[in-house]
Design a protein around this ligand. Structure first.
Ligand code: GLA
Length: 678
């Protein structure tokens, strides 16, 4: 197996051999094979079984499990077990446990009780991983590794974290004078005169110096990257042909996804779309965003390392069961947006432990039923279509920029009630998704050459590098959309003494004369045709630049004293144009605005997509494939979108019915896949 094989389209399951009686393994592996399971992920919480006592390793059970899967032709991904240090370790080396901001100890018993700065954890973890890597490097069934499990920031304030934080700050600023200057510690007598006065944000109060808080978050994110790097190096030393990934989860995360992704071969995501009927209107769209974010981590296809298989529960009251077709539809949604391999969590619901009610494909009874049958059907479809869809990927002409630093800075100082960075990104993404427009979501520091339209919400922190890149993008013919709270601060989280939007004032052709943090209050917004909309969260009162090249697209209306003032503008800049949206308009306004932009630029869109229907395209050398998904409980119908052959139902892979000018019926959770006929 070479690294390139992680691009195969196939399905697997998460399995915990150590949780089940040995007598079940054989029948599980056999049923997996018959069910179309191509791979299993194992091991990610099994430290106490792999090293029951310090330095005493037991790999016999893992050998047996891997051999068994191998004998059935099932590949194995090994998870490194550092998410759950065992009790012998936390007792003997208490520095492994994170210290909470209030000085408490994050006790073992649940999981995630590991301080990323702990040297004992790194040393003992890497030693175990090195042994695993050496042992399974040549095993024909083992194809790759998952590092740890679902990283997120812990705010650990242990002694080691404190020491490492001081080093990090020293490396960044060099002297206390510079540190005091850059952070503005003069406020409230926060100046440091000795390095040992510098601690993590003890007490956890959000009302501390915002520059310090943002740097502490960056330090923690770097600690996670370092922690991960130790494991990656240990694995790569022995397994140069194996891939390495990590399973990201539940966005937004206080984590530098892009830095974590850098040394990985590809990103993975744990996907649990919400099954509750009251989330039906939003969940398919927030899911689509999560998938696009995951693809954006490395700007390439990705895996789902855990995919919903039954009612989730245990951490909370159980969610509704997935309706017939739900499991299959969400597999295809992930593939449509760039997933290649999907691993279902989990094979069978646990009979022991905290997650007994987070349901797997098979229930506790071990009697297989409807959900496994749906997996079998989906896996068979995927195997049939893999030769066509393999090596294809979504190719977007529109990008939304995302930044963990903006997220954190806007969390540290919420700008107004109801103003939420991630929710606003969701809104822009949802508007595009409802128009059937493929969109990448990428790190705000990425090159933009691939795109015609870039939407850059709330670039609250801004530096010359990004401002110049965005300005060049527009000057060279791109369309740039910026929004309120752009250019407010520098990267130290310090306010700029500049008219907003600061470094982007020239490129956007506006300045902000005044602003009103509206919060949840609603203000009227009037477009140029006199149509009225609502806006909220924020109101920038804009001053279009002199020279007539800035057009006012919308003004405030109603009884506010700033009625008639500009809120949304368009500016010609070089060969391109820039839009500045000084408020948060209701979705229908944004829809019209973005649709107008797409028409102008010539990016295809679909008007009138019914609610819950998502359309996206994967393309590559084998052709372009259109996915039409009904992610809702009601049947839907849409007009065909051109000349396509039906590959989902086609008898031979490329034969099938032509759809041109017909209506396509979508059953609840229906999935249609067509190949574009040129
Ligand atoms: C996460 C974890 C899994 C499991 C599932 C379900 O995604 O990675 O180990 O706990 O959630 O809760």
């Amino acid at each position: 197996m070479t690294k390139s094989d992680y691009t195969s389209l196939r399905m697997g399951v998460d399995y915990y051999p150590e949780h089940w009686d040995r007598s079940l393994w054989e029948q599980d592996a056999l049923l997996m094979k018959q069910s179309g399971v191509a791979l299993v992920r194992i091991g990610e919480f099994a430290w106490s079984r792999l090293e029951p006592r310090e330095g005493e390793y037991d790999f016999a059970w893992m050998d047996e499990a891997i051999d068994l899967f191998g004998s059935h032709g099932i590949d194995v991904v090994i998870g490194t077990p550092t998410h759950t240090p065992p009790r012998w370790l936390t007792t003997k080396y208490p520095d492994v446990l994170p210290i909470t901001p209030n000085g408490g100890v994050f006790q073992p018993g649940v999981r995630g009780h590991r301080c990323f700065n702990s040297r004992s954890l790194r040393r003992l973890g890497e030693r175990l991983i090195e042994q695993l890597a050496e042992r399974y490097a040549q095993h024909p069934a083992v194809i790759g590794w998952q590092i740890d499990n679902e990283f997120s920031m812990l705010d650990s304030q242990s002694e080691q974290a404190t020491e490492d934080f001081r080093d990090w700050v020293y490396r960044k600023y060099g002297t206390l004078e510079r540190l005091n200057q850059e952070w503005g510690t003069v406020v409230w007598s926060g100046e440091y005169s000795e390095w040992n006065q510098l601690t993590p944000p003890l007490g956890g109060s959000p009302y501390q110096n915002p520059s310090f808080l943002l740097d502490f978050a960056r330090f923690q994110w770097d600690s996670i990257v370092d922690f991960q790097q130790g494991q990656i190096s240990a694995i790569r030393r022995h397994c140069p042909d194996h891939f390495i990934t990590h399973n990201f989860h539940s966005y937004p995360q206080r984590l530098d996804l892009y830095a974590v992704g850098e040394e990985l071969d590809f990103a993975s995501f744990d996907y649990y779309p919400n099954t509750s009927p009251e989330k039906a209107a939003t969940s398919p769209y927030s899911g689509a965003l999560s998938l696009d974010i995951t693809r954006g981590i490395k700007r390439q296809n990705f895996w789902i390392m855990e995919q919903l298989s039954g009612s989730p529960g245990g951490w909370m009251p159980m969610w509704r069961m997935p309706q017939p077709g739900y499991i299959r539809a969400y597999v295809w949604q992930a593939i449509a947006r760039g997933a290649d391999t999907l691993v279902h969590f989990r094979w069978r619901s646990a009979t022991v432990g905290a997650e007994q009610f987070w349901h797997g494909l098979i229930d506790h009874s071990n009697v297989s039923g409807r959900r496994l049958a749906e997996f079998v059907q989906t896996s068979a479809e995927l195997q049939r279509l893999a030769p066509l869809l393999g090596q294809t990927s979504p190719k977007a002409q529109v990008a939304i920029l995302m930044s963990p630093e903006q997220l954190e800075a806007l969390r540290i100082q919420k700008q107004a009630d109801s103003f939420d960075y991630y929710e606003n990104i969701k809104t822009y993404h949802r508007v595009l998704t409802k128009l059937g427009i493929d969109c990448d979501v990428i790190d705000w520091r990425q090159p933009l050459d691939a795109y015609q339209v870039v939407i850059a919400p709330h670039l609250y922190l801004l530096d010359d590098e990004v401002a110049e890149r965005l300005s060049h993008f527009a000057a060279d013919g791109g369309t740039l959309v910026t929004t309120a709270r752009t250019g407010v601060k520098n990267l130290q989280n310090v306010c700029e003494m500049k008219l907003l939007p600061g470094l982007l004032a020239d490129c956007t052709g506006v300045t902000v004369r005044d602003y009103d943090p509206l919060g949840s209050d609603i203000v009227r917004l009037d477009d140029r045709e006199g149509e009225q909309f609502a806006c909220s969260q924020w109101a920038d009162i804009l001053e279009p630049a002199d020279g007539g090249r800035t057009e006012v697209l919308a003004t405030y209306g109603g009884s506010v004293f700033f009625a008639g003032e500009a809120t949304i503008t368009r500016h010609e800049f070089g060969r391109g144009e820039t839009y500045y949206i000084g408020t948060h308009p209701e979705e229908s306004y944004l829809r019209g605005l973005l649709l107008g932009i797409m028409q102008k630029v010539g990016i295809p869109y679909i008007e009138g997509l019914p609610a819950s229907v998502q359309v996206s395209v994967r393309s590559g050398e084998s052709g372009s494939y259109l996915f039409i998904l009904n992610l809702g409980r009601e049947p839907r119908r849409i007009k065909s979108l051109g000349a396509y052959s039906d590959v989902m139902r086609g008898e031979g892979l490329l034969s099938g019915k032509l759809y041109n000018g017909h209506e396509i019926e979508l059953e609840p959770y229906g999935v249609e896949i067509f190949r574009l006929i040129l």
